[in-house]
Design a protein around this ligand. Structure first.
Ligand code: AMP
Length: 286
């Protein structure tokens, strides 16, 4: 595996691969790899000729009060894990390589980027969309792999790729969970042992609501109340939102009459966890 730090080197490497007829798969990450990240890399390894993983803790997507400084970083461990799953290139630019002095251009995805996570974390999706667009420009991938763990992020990126005519295929992959159901996240390491034990309420709420929907409950208010009640079983949990929205547009729903997604954002102290599940209506009248 090659470690690359500059855009020029990355371009040279991807151009050479393209010249040899290889497809390019890109997995954008912020590092601190876990099985969620590795599942994306394995899929890219399976489907593409050259696998590029970017590891960049993107300052533009962190709010002022957020965890940019303390975000977990361990390049040596990450490089070993990426090499193990067969990644060809680990692209780890410095911040000034991505945002050189004078940088002034940002991508704003209206609507989708402003609600839910976008409302709780102003500027977050502007940072995400901008860095992903730049990574698409730098690597020129045929396919880019994203986890459904960050469901709204996935929708924002799909919207951006369509609106800006990127030719990349955005490939969504399922959420990877710990054995007790907690969705894997680099931020889980911040949880105290008590909070870690209680954090299973998120996946429990998702499972219960999915079961109720599958059993025929179509009232979104009832289903959302059920999610809130389950989360309230965890004394340390503070719910930011537990909302059922249209799976594509993320517009609010009152009736579960189309494919929808239950999105959760729950704080445990200063650690904010997100999780989600897609809900399919029990029976839709056509
Ligand atoms: P991050 O390093 O947190 O920015 O995540 C990089 C990519 O890994 C994103 O596409 C995430 O959605 C994805 N990812 C993070 N956690 C998981 C998980 N538990 N399961 C699947 N994908 C994940």
């Amino acid at each position: 595996m090659e470690l690359i730090r500059t855009v020029a080197e990355l371009r040279a490497r991807t151009a050479a691969a393209r010249g040899r007829g290889l497809s390019i798969g890109l997995v954008p990450t912020m590092g601190a790899f876990h099985e969620g990240h590795l599942s994306l890399m394995r899929r890219a390894r399976n489907d593409d000729g050259l696998v590029v993983v970017s590891l960049f803790v993107n300052p533009a997507q962190f709010g002022r009060e957020e965890d940019l400084e303390r975000y977990p970083r361990d390049l040596e461990r990450d490089a070993a894990l990426a090499a193990e799953v067969g990644v060809d290139v680990l692209f780890t630019p410095e911040a000034h390589e991505v945002y050189p002095s004078g940088f002034a251009t940002y991508i704003h995805v209206e609507g989708l980027g402003e609600i839910l996570e976008g409302a709780s974390r102003p500027g977050h999706f502007r940072g995400v969309a901008t860095v992903v667009a730049k990574l698409f420009q730098m690597a020129g991938p045929d396919r880019a792999y994203f986890g459904q763990k960050d469901y709204q992020q996935l929708r924002v990126i799909q919207r951006m790729a369509i609106d800006l005519d990127f030719s990349v295929k955005v490939v969504p992959l399922p959420i990877v969970r710990e054995p007790d159901g907690l969705a894997m996240s680099s931020r889980n390491v911040y949880l105290s042992p008590e909070a870690r034990a209680q954090a299973t309420v998120l996946s429990r709420a998702l499972r219960e609501v999915a079961a109720a929907a599958a059993a025929g409950e179509r009232d979104v208010g009832v289903l959302e109340a059920q999610a809130l009640a389950t989360i309230a079983n965890a004394p340390l949990a503070r719910t930011d939102y537990a909302t059922i929205v249209d799976a594509k547009t993320l517009a609010p729903l009152t009736l579960l009459d189309r494919e929808a997604v239950l999105l959760l954002a729950v704080r445990f102290g200063s650690t904010r966890l997100i999780d989600n599940t897609v809900l399919t209506p029990h029976s839709s009248i056509r």
